[in-house]
Design a protein around this ligand. Sequence first.
Ligand code: ZN
Ligand code: ZN
Length: 319
Amino acid sequence: MSMNISEERIIVFRVGWMKHYQGMKGDTIRSAARFVIDEKYGYEMYNFLPYEGYMYGFVQPSGAGNFTERTIRIERLGAAKKDESIENVLVAWVAPLTNKGVFLVGWYSNAIVYRKYQTPPKGAGRVFKDVEIGYYVKARESDCILLPEEERTLTVPKAKNQMGGLGQSLVWYADSGQTNDRLFRRDLLTFIELYEHQRLENELNETRFTMHRFVEGAPRRVTSTTYERNRKARDICINYYGARCSVCGFDFLDFYGKIGKDYIQVHHVKPLSDVGQEYEIDPLQDLRPVCPNCHAMIHRRNPPYTIEEIKAFIQKRGS
Ligand SMILES: [Zn+2]
Ligand SMILES: [Zn+2]
């Protein structure tokens, strides 16, 4: 999947605002939808409840009649009229927060979007008050991100007309080519790229202290194979380049003595050009040891400065 703004298959689904989307227990749905107000629950309540490695998401397509009989117009994502589903779609979940606007709450990458309502797999726990809660979209759990509430900062433009923006409809194809559509596509992809990059670098740079905490507090992360792969990549990078800054040469052991031994951060050089795709780090090509100061300067811009650019800034100052 490329990060091409106009070519990326993107669909925006508007749902009620929840904290976890793992059921109604301990959570609330904030929504203006008639159904949610009347019934005190919504079919989106399980949108981030994984089952056997997959996430199943619901949105209410527009149209008349029973909402489980409505369809998503997947031909607008490039599917043929006869197709029942389409793959490799980036699904952006957005939700309104009272009076404040509509915000990105999470996404599924590499998702399958179905034309018709799908009944949930048996045993998935997608039942509420004896009602089966179905879905229209499915994605691998590892390709799905739900933002914590404080990180839901990307707003969705309001529609001035039926084109270019999320209006009354709960499904927005963002394919008109008009300004709102193009800007949102760009902002969305930039946001996701930056988020995935930070997540990767956080994983690369967790200290021993936080790793220890993970062992005790959150076993899910430790058993994750990507996590272990990232730790290995970090070690290979540092063994090769040494535990000193690739920009300014700072060496923590030299400067601080033995408490600085082995301390260094790792910067991921290659911008993630693929969202959510299974991606293997090349520790020597893609990673460089950097000190926290230089690392902060590298990320003063998005896309980040190169190591050479930061070196040049230092040289310019010194001359
Ligand atoms: Zn440095
Ligand atoms: Zn970095």
